[in-house]
Design a protein around this ligand. Structure first.
Ligand code: MRU
Length: 364
């Protein structure tokens, strides 16, 4: 993604060759601030406090967190300590475990003195893999958007998305937004309904920021508007991301996704979920029962952060003082409400058969 003419990934190794830089997503869209991570603790804090977020980027940041840990101390004990600390940062996105396991495997193959170097090489490989995977998801999703565009020549394709599953959630491109960027670049008239995505407003702040920078037409809507828009024929398709997908095609994504899927089902609007293979948890078969759902601070519900008229970024209380609040970060959409999964290998039905048709190595 280009910001002010410069192409940025969301995470990279700094000019010193070892520390790691990220974009502070808690300051967006108001400030574009870069933070430097120098320790595994810094990386864990960035994930926990959501300076970085989005399933693939959480995984990439954890990978670099292990690099930073091993640079200081390449021992088995330090590796295990950093692995456990990073794995405990956020429970729902399975990409975190995928990355940490890949890193542990890579550094396990070399002697202690070579561990840090092997770790940086593997983290870079994982990031490059994520970029290429998302690019392919974009190409596969583009075919679906093109199909809709061809069915209504000369008219705009309206896509609804929830949360942020774009460049900012990955290393580049995004998952749900990659097909939209490619459709826009291919000259297909596309407009995005951006769910604001309470309580942290990733849609209003991050998805809108990204789409705006890429020149994609979009409109922010309150989270409750999707059903109304669908009832009135204003949504051609939904595309969302996922943090964990079961082997049977259930998907966990940002809280509120399930309600959008129900509304889409009731109104015959296709509901697609875009995902890299790193999001599939092949060990699970029942998303509602088995996917761990993160519960975050109630303060994210009772307070909101934004830019005041004087330009300062401020946090204000928006609810009745003293009232309790509940803040589940994700919900599970059962496979039966998902029209199709858009992966780097193609589009399939949200089912074990569908997934194993694309990933035959997982059969049996
Ligand atoms: O809590 P967040 O902001 O990390 O949640 C992010 C999402 O729910 C995304 O939709 C998901 O990670 C898919 S990202 C490609």
């Amino acid at each position: 993604m280009k910001i002010d003419g410069i192409h940025y990934r969301t995470i990279w190794v700094a000019d010193d060759g070892w520390s790691v830089e990220i974009i502070d997503q808690t300051r967006l869209p108001h400030e574009f601030t870069i933070i430097r991570l120098q320790t595994a603790d810094d990386a864990a804090r960035a994930i926990k406090d959501m300076a970085v977020r989005g399933a693939p980027l959480i995984g990439a940041t954890a990978a670099y967190g292990l690099c930073l840990a091993l640079r200081e101390d390449p021992s088995d004990e330090a590796l295990a300590r950093a692995y456990d600390m990073l794995a405990a940062t956020r429970p729902t996105a399975v990409n975190l475990k995928y990355s940490l396991d890949a890193m542990r495997d890579a550094v396990g193959k070399v002697g202690h003195n070579a561990r840090a170097e092997a770790a940086y090489a593997e983290a870079a490989r994982l990031c490059d893999e994520d970029v290429e995977t998302c690019r392919r998801i974009g190409e596969n999703g583009l075919r679906l958007i093109r199909g809709v565009a061809e069915a209504k020549p000369g008219q705009t394709v309206n896509v609804l998305t929830h949360c942020n599953a774009g460049w900012l959630a990955c290393v580049d491109w995004g998952t749900a937004l990659a097909p939209i960027y490619m459709a826009h670049d291919a000259g297909i008239p596309v407009h995005v309904w951006v769910d604001e995505t309470r309580p942290r407003n990733q849609g209003a702040s991050l998805t809108a920021f990204e789409l705006g920078r890429h020149g994609v037409a979009h409109t922010i809507v309150p989270d409750n508007a999707g059903g109304h828009l669908m009832q009135h024929g204003l949504v051609d398709m939904c595309i969302v991301g996922t943090d964990r997908t079961t082997a049977t095609g259930d998907v966990a994504n940002k809280i509120g996704t399930y309600l959008k899927a129900l509304a889409a089902d009731a109104n015959d609007v296709p509901f697609y979920v875009a995902l890299p293979h790193t999001t599939i948890d092949w060990t699970l078969t029942d998303g509602v029962a088995q996917i761990p759902i993160e519960e975050r601070s109630s303060r994210e519900v009772t307070h909101m952060t934004g830019r005041a008229d004087n330009g300062e970024i401020v946090t204000v209380e928006i609810s009745a003082p003293g009232s309790g609040a509940l803040n589940y970060g994700f919900d599970v959409t059962p496979a039966r409400y998902v029209t199709g999964l858009i992966t780097e290998r193609g589009v399939c039905s949200a089912s074990r058969e569908g997934l194993t048709s694309l990933y035959p190595e997982r059969k049996g």
